[in-house]
Each structure stands twice: as structure tokens, then as C-alpha cells.
Design a protein around this ligand. Sequence first.
Ligand SMILES: [Zn+2]
Length: 120
Amino acid sequence: MSDEFADIEAVMKRLPQPTLDDVLRAQREAENTPPPVTTMPQPGFHPGGIVRYHCPFGCGWSHDENPSLEPTGPLLLPANFTSGNISDAITSMAEVRGKAYARRVEQAIADHFESAHPER
Ligand SMILES: [Zn+2]
């Protein structure tokens, strides 16, 4: 391991680790959460991490996303943070990115509908 990550590793080792119960509870909560309402069609997955959303009317238009290229922001943690704070911060960041992603795709589809299928 390089020295660059030694400090982070040392901090992580001192933190209380999530228990199996914590992990199982989080999984159950995730499974019981209904998916958000969206106009996003089921995407196709292509080489290079491309996620392609085709027009539901089959006109040939599509919108591409590459989730692996999305920037990640800094994790916002309180002083004296715990492993729970890290977990919450990661979850929160994922929710923010997920909402921004959905908004972008939904807006692209709405713009396409407006220009190509105004009669729909
Ligand atoms: Zn279309």
C-alpha cells in the first residue's frame, strides 16, 4: 500500500465496523423501497459503460448516459464521524447523484417529445 492512503486506512481501522444486522437491515429497507415514479424507459447497456435510453415511440432517437464518468463530490462528514456517518454520507451522495441523473434523462426525453412528438 502506498503511503498516500496510509492515513485513511488508519482512520478506517479505528472506526466501528457495521454489523451483519446493519447490512441486512439496510438491504431489507432497500428492497422494500418502491422505485421512484419516472418517465425513463428501460435502458440498454452498451460497451464502455454507456446506458442508452431509446425513444418509447420507436422513432430511433436515443439519449446516452455514462454513469462511470460522473464526478463524485467530497463526502461531507461531521467532526468525530462514525462509520454510520460515512455510510449515511455515501447514501446521501448516491441519492443526490441518482436524482440528478433521473432529472437529466427525463429532461432529455421531455425535450425530445416536445420537438419530435408534439402530437402525442
Ligand atoms: Zn421519438
